[in-house]
Design a protein around this ligand. Structure first.
Ligand code: HEM
Length: 413
């Protein structure tokens, strides 16, 4: 005997999802007093899950698959088609290994050094004033292209950086912005695909241990090179999210500004910069949910899950779950001091196992860039934050402070 899943009444709730953004799932988990409920999104029956136990369930690869889970509009913008996010089983593990082969400490340090150099170059050239979001994107784009072995001509920095930004800003956008996002994907994929062809004909010789080299020469489980289109999607799976770290860069510098006490503890060495970074990733909104489909019928906690059902996991809400976090709406980096690490309670970049599941491949890269950001903006440069609209909405995806964070009187300490 199974019990009914709490169900949101009505024909379709896509508009409510757009209206409530990050809070759509947490609001209903609260009102149903349940870590799972059923709704309809984009015309489809959907089960929403949240909390640590539900996250552990969601990352059980015997129960959930990713094939056909992401909506077409995200594949056409954010993800690209036939990339690692859409694979399951052995094909996924094999492809994921290709990504993880780049994520060893020495290689992450190489990227961090490039980011450090680019920050200095950008801030020294800023003539005392900058819009942090825009500058961070260019800093990260220049750094990650060099790291990935991707040649980036000076004349194309702006165009290619804008393309990467559009990919992650346009996924859930409507109208012209979404259309621009699709055009950005077509253009960016053509740009990288040409490079892959040049690598394979020895006209372009990136170093080993760069994404362009390793992915161009990667062989699938059958021993075949990947189609150039797919290599382009996967190289962009390195470039785009690294440029997207600009969102966390923005929130890191915002937190330094908005929480002077936490900043002082950091400056006096009482708070570790890693705890600060973890709290930024927990506290501020970025990815609201991630999606999968039920692989085959099963029962969990008395509830029936039917094969093919779309299931969303509440990432933002789990990071703010009052049963998992003390005073979740307080910004408190020191909570991470004695934190018992769990793959299912703190999931800003997904949960579970990184090598065998879909957890983000770039978490260590993200943390390293954010720690470098703290070093730059706490230790190496002084600046003023003039009056501006720093509010951010829980509806926009991604959510960003309205002013994009203007800094003035920037100078080296
Ligand atoms: C801005 C910070 C970032 C955030 C918030 C973020 C978030 C995420 C999330 C939520 C997922 C999906 C997890 C799931 O579906 O279970 C993911 C997957 C992924 N991320 Fe990130 N990410 C970030 C940075 C990065 C970076 C810097 C890289 C690479 C350098 C990266 C590469 C990937 C890849 C390749 C996947 C697909 C993994 C798979 O399907 O197995 N991400 N990320």
């Amino acid at each position: 005997m199974t019990r009914p899943i709490p169900k949101e009444q009505g024909l379709d709730h896509s508009l409510a999802f757009l209206r409530e953004g990050y809070l759509y799932v947490p609001n209903r988990r609260r009102s149903f007093q349940s870590n799972l409920f059923e709704t309809r999104l984009l015309g489809e029956r959907t089960i929403c899950l949240g909390g640590a136990e539900a996250a552990a369930l969601f990352y059980d690869a015997d129960k959930f698959i990713r094939q056909d889970a992401a909506p077409k509009r995200l594949l056409k913008t954010l993800f690209g088609e036939d990339g690692v996010q859409t694979l399951d089983g052995a094909a996924h593990t094999h492809r994921k290994k290709m990504f993880m082969s780049l994520m060893f400490p020495g290689n992450i340090e190489r990227l961090t050094k490039l980011v450090s150099r680019e920050w200095e170059r950008a801030l020294d050239a800023a003539e005392g004033e900058t819009v942090l979001y825009d500058t961070a994107q260019e800093v990260l784009m220049r750094s990650v292209c060099e790291w990935a072995g991707v040649p980036l001509g000076e004349h194309e920095v702006k165009q290619r950086t804008d393309e990467m930004r559009l990919l992650f800003e346009s996924g859930t956008a409507l109208g012209p912005k979404h259309i621009r996002g699709r055009a950005a994907r077509t253009s960016a994929e053509a740009w990288v695909r040409k490079m892959v062809e040049e690598v394979r004909t020895n006209r372009l010789l990136p170093n080993e241990q760069t994404a362009l080299y390793e992915f161009s020469w990667h062989r699938d489980e059958a021993g075949e090179l990947l189609p150039a289109d797919i290599v382009a999607v996967e190289v962009i799976n390195i470039l785009r999210p690294t440029v997207a770290v600009s969102v966390y860069v923005l929130f890191t510098v915002l937190a330094l500004h908005q929480f002077p006490e936490a900043r002082a503890r950091l400056a006096y060495g009482e708070t570790d910069s890693t705890w600060f970074v973890q709290e930024v990733r927990r506290f501020y909104p970025f990815f609201p949910v991630t999606a999968a489909r039920v692989k085959q019928d099963f029962e969990w906690d008395g509830f029936a899950f039917e094969q093919g059902t779309l299931v969303l996991l509440d990432l933002y809400g789990t990071n703010h779950d009052p049963s998992l976090w003390t005073e979740p709406e307080q910004f408190n980096p020191d909570r991470f001091k004695d934190w018992t690490e769990s793959p299912f309670t703190f999931i800003p970049q997904g949960g579970g196992d990184v090598d065998f599941g879909h957890r983000c491949a770039g978490e260590h890269v993200t943390i390293a860039i954010m720690r470098e950001t703290i070093d730059v903006f706490l230790t190496r440069y002084r600046y003023e934050v003039p009056p501006q609209d720093l509010s951010y909405s829980f509806v926009d995806l991604p959510s960003l402070p309205k002013s994009r964070l203007v800094l003035k009187q920037i100078e080296r300490k």
